[in-house]
Design a protein around this ligand. Structure first.
Ligand SMILES: C[S@@+](CC[C@H](N)C(=O)[O-])C[C@H]1O[C@@H](n2cnc3c(N)ncnc32)[C@H](O)[C@@H]1O
Length: 216
């Protein structure tokens, strides 16, 4: 019953937030048709709300896919500059195309490459107000260790898919073999960051689970 009502509320909010921008609507349709994992509506709408409160100027995103969240972030925060990294060439090319068609192309820089391999000097900024981790779920700790050092004191690290579509609730022995290591890694990262002495961390039960870690 409770799950049913949450679904209803999400639907209700999604209707209220219906994408006015035809480019955003087109991206949502393409992602759905081609099974490209972009942030879901309740997740992205909440995330944008959090960013509006935080008002970051420099944002670093790990995992652009087709540029959906980067365009949503840059459109919502007109003073912000978003740097985003994507390793999949097809998705990178689609993102470049969508970003060039958006009204915020001057506010986004997309870098093609594996975020765990690229060098810091490839990044346009030395420091970031916000870091958004939304790439390979089994590698969150590695992304965090590499990039959270670039987040300013008082800045925020956001992570999406902390629930892995419900998989984090399964007992270890019931984890699907294919995703076992990834889910174990994600759960380990979650425990680690929730008790990290240098961060104030909250896990929000919206979308697929959004983690917010404020750097002390
Ligand atoms: C969930 S999607 C990102 C969705 C996007 N943030 C959005 O909501 O519009 C994750 C993306 O991360 C990319 N990715 C995974 N591991 C990566 C890595 N090590 N470096 C760069 N990109 C990576 C994948 O290719 C995939 O396109």
């Amino acid at each position: 019953m409770e799950v049913e009502s949450m679904r209803d509320y999400n639907q209700y909010i999604a209707e209220l937030n219906k994408a006015e921008d035809p480019l955003i609507a087109e991206m949502e349709q393409i992602a759905l048709a081609q099974k490209i994992p972009i942030m879901d509506r309740s997740g992205i709408d909440t995330f944008i709300g959090l960013l509006r409160i935080q008002r970051p100027n420099a944002i670093l995103e790990i995992g652009s896919a087709i540029g959906y969240s980067a365009i949503r972030m840059a459109s919502a925060l007109r003073d912000a500059f978003v740097t985003t990294i994507e390793r999949d060439t097809d998705r990178y090319n689609m993102a470049v195309e969508f970003i060039s068609r958006s009204t915020v192309s001057e506010h986004i820089r997309i870098i093609e490459g594996d975020a765990l391999l690229i060098e810091e000097k490839q990044l346009p900024d030395m420091e970031y107000d916000a870091l958004f981790i939304d790439a390979a779920k089994g590698q969150y700790k590695k992304f965090f260790e590499k990039y959270a050092v670039l987040v300013k004191q008082g800045g925020i690290v956001y992570c999406d898919n902390m629930f892995m579509h419900g998989s984090v609730l399964l007992p270890d022995e019931e984890l699907p073999k294919r995703n076992r290591t990834m889910i174990r890694n994600l759960k380990e990262f979650t425990k680690w960051i929730m008790t990290h002495p240098n961060y104030e961390t909250t896990l929000l039960p919206v979308g697929d689970g959004i983690l917010i870690a404020i750097k002390k």
